[in-house]
Design a protein around this ligand. Structure first.
Ligand code: PMM
Length: 283
């Protein structure tokens, strides 16, 4: 029996997904966790800090990133997923390749997270269906799924486009046999979107949450957040965006997001706990 989405859903609060990039070039942590032992140690730290699930990715989508060869990606993620599985740590695999998703599933991964929403690889929906695992379909309109830079023309209504395009992804996945009860969606903050579009999507989060599928929010350390500090002339490296990320987490949790995907877990876990306690204050 594959992992059910309900098992990855923290009772009474937003789920916290910790990011583990097993890459050479991710924009905030590239190269630090390429060694499987270092990756395992970092995953343990993320869990100790309050992560419910660890998202393992071996391919960066940062602007300017080049794609990692398929066999290298599959080997890197499967190895780390296997190590985490041996410690009963829940994992998702962040990949656009069906073969990598399958290798991760064989190593015991609990969820498939595809930033292309299943569009980058014609076999992805079939593998999602075959494994029966929970999936995250992220919105990213792109001609070629290389890096996340550039923008798409949303005719002034990014919220409408993202809702409609996510609905189409869900339909395609379901047509291929993915159980609707295993599907989550993600507006894809920072993926071919302007800062204004990212804020419009966050503003509209209650609308997205009101839809049929649980919503995952990935704002952590993204450029539209560091921009807040840059505007004030402050340091604005990706890590400097951790407090702003925690603020997004609190507001996203308040808006009913199912999950937040973050690098710095401890403060985001506090933020979702605060939002949950605040909600219980209604009595
Ligand atoms: N962002 C990144 C990678 N994977 N997955 C989902 N579901 N949502 C996201 O927003 C997302 C993602 C890019 O960020 P990273 O390079 O810091 O991991």
């Amino acid at each position: 029996m594959p992992t059910q989405l309900a098992e990855l859903t923290a009772p009474g609060r937003t789920t916290v997904m910790g990011i583990l990039n097993v890459t050479a070039d991710s924009f905030s942590d590239g190269g630090r966790y390429l060694d499987p032992e270092a990756a395992l140690n970092h995953a343990r730290e993320l869990v100790a800090a309050g992560a419910d699930i660890i998202d393992v990715g071996a391919e960066s989508t940062r602007p300017g990133a080049t794609r990692v060869p398929a066999d290298v990606e599959a080997k890197r993620v499967a190895e780390v997923v296997g190590l985490l599985r041996a410690e009963s740590i829940r994992t998702s695999v962040d990949t656009m390749r069906a073969a990598t998703a399958l290798a991760a599933a064989e190593a015991g991964v609990d969820m498939i997270n595809d930033v292309s929403g299943g569009l980058a690889d014609p076999d992805m929906y079939r593998v999602m269906a075959q494994t029966g695992l929970p999936v995250c379909l992220m919105h990213w309109r792109a001609d070629a799924f290389g890096d996340a830079s550039g923008t798409a023309d949303h005719g002034g209504d990014v919220v409408r486009d993202v809702r409609e395009e996510l609905a189409r992804l869900v339909e395609s996945a379901a047509d291929a046999g993915v159980a609707p009860s295993q599907i989550t969606v993600d507006p894809g903050l920072g993926f071919a979107k302007t800062p204004e579009e990212n804020w419009a999507l966050l503003h509209a989060l209650p609308e997205l949450v009101a839809g049929e599928y649980p919503v995952l929010v990935g704002a952590s350390r993204k450029r539209f957040l560091t921009a807040i500090r840059a505007e004030r002339g402050l340091d604005h490296t990706p890590i400097d965006a951790d407090p702003a990320t925690a603020a997004v987490t609190a507001l996203a949790a308040q808006a009913g997001a199912w999950c937040v995907r973050v690098h710095e877990v401890a403060v985001s876990r506090d933020a979702v706990d605060v939002a949950a306690a605040w909600g219980r204050g209604r009595g």
